[in-house]
Design a protein around this ligand. Structure first.
Ligand code: HEC
Length: 272
């Protein structure tokens, strides 16, 4: 929980930084500006999808890819007591989605495909139609889901690492076994109830995503803590590329922020 508190402080500091950067307006005006509608839902979902791309690639390459070379295990049944392993990338994402769902932020996140490993992840209806478009040009798709009353954005999920391709092709339940590097393997679907967001709401969306990655990552570290048979990696400021190490949740999130936040911050600051 120590880590958790520190992260909250870092998050608050980052927010303060963003608000200060927005032109250095006097305090009471900053508060008022925070209530204005600052971004369209499309812009915000694009920002959070970008953060997700970075997080997902970092987790897949630097933790799963490099970790496997150190003998670390990742498994779809990682939560079972007799399985000593970490979450697969898709389950890491599902963990983020679960954490966001439990938060007060009304943001939805889902990872689907037309040829899924898990049949429950198959796109249907409008999302299946739009996914066909995404496969053609890899461009995001936006629509208003009338049934759910939710603004919906879909972004291509690319086979960005060799591990994506080999694991899916070899999986016993796979619906397709000729995936190639760079293929559109699926899409992340994001949903939000309102068509525009204030600064506050925008930062809340970004923070709930970041908190979601911390929550699932900490669950992984807790799982390791409970290992009985397997060798436990040392948890600190080193990464699996250097040996049997794993970064702490702060070190992991810090790297995500370094890689992604600059772009996000530029957008947050440019809007006014
Ligand atoms: C070690 C194995 C493994 C690796 C590596 C892996 N996946 Fe998966 N992936 C799975 C499994 C298993 C599921 C199904 C999880 C579930 O039960 O929802 C899945 C789910 C998915 C889904 C949702 C649709 C489906 O197939 O069920 C997409 C899209 C996806 N993965 C893309 C990727 C991409 C892109 C990468 C690399 C960045 C990647 N995966 C890496 C095993 C893997």
């Amino acid at each position: 929980m120590e880590n958790f508190k520190k992260l909250q402080i870092i998050t608050v500091l980052a927010l303060a930084l963003v608000l200060t950067a927005c032109g250095g307006v006097p305090e009471e005006k900053t508060a008022a500006a925070g209530e204005d509608k600052a971004f369209s839902v499309e812009e915000v979902l694009e920002m959070v999808a970008k953060e997700n791309d970075v997080t997902r690639t970092l987790y897949t390459k630097a933790i799963v890819g490099k970790g496997k070379k150190q003998g670390m295990k990742f498994d779809e049944d990682w939560r079972k007591d007799d399985v000593e392993a970490g979450p697969l990338p898709a389950l890491f994402l599902r963990g983020v989605a679960t954490s966001i769902r439990k938060s007060p932020v009304p943001l939805g996140l889902y990872l689907g495909s037309d040829y899924p490993v898990n049949a429950a992840n198959k796109f249907e209806g409008k999302q299946a139609e739009l996914f066909d478009e995404i496969k053609k040009d890899q461009k995001p798709q936006f629509f208003y889901d009338e049934d759910q009353k939710l603004h919906t954005a879909m972004f291509a999920d690319l086979a960005s690492a060799g591990a994506c391709v080999t694991c899916h092709n070899d999986h016993p339940q796979t619906a397709k076994s000729d995936w190639k590097l760079g293929d559109v393997m699926g899409a992340t679907t994001w949903q939000y109830p309102k068509d525009s967001l204030t600064y506050k709401e925008t930062v809340a969306v970004l923070n709930s995503y970041a908190q979601g990655t911390v929550d699932i990552y900490m669950e992984y570290l807790d799982e390791i803590d409970a290992f009985k048979e397997s060798e436990k990696p040392t948890i600190g400021d080193k990464w699996p590329a250097e040996g049997n190490y794993l970064p702490t949740a702060e070190v992991f999130l810090d790297s995500v922020r370094k890689l992604a936040s600059y772009e996000t911050m530029k957008q947050l600051v440019a809007a006014k």
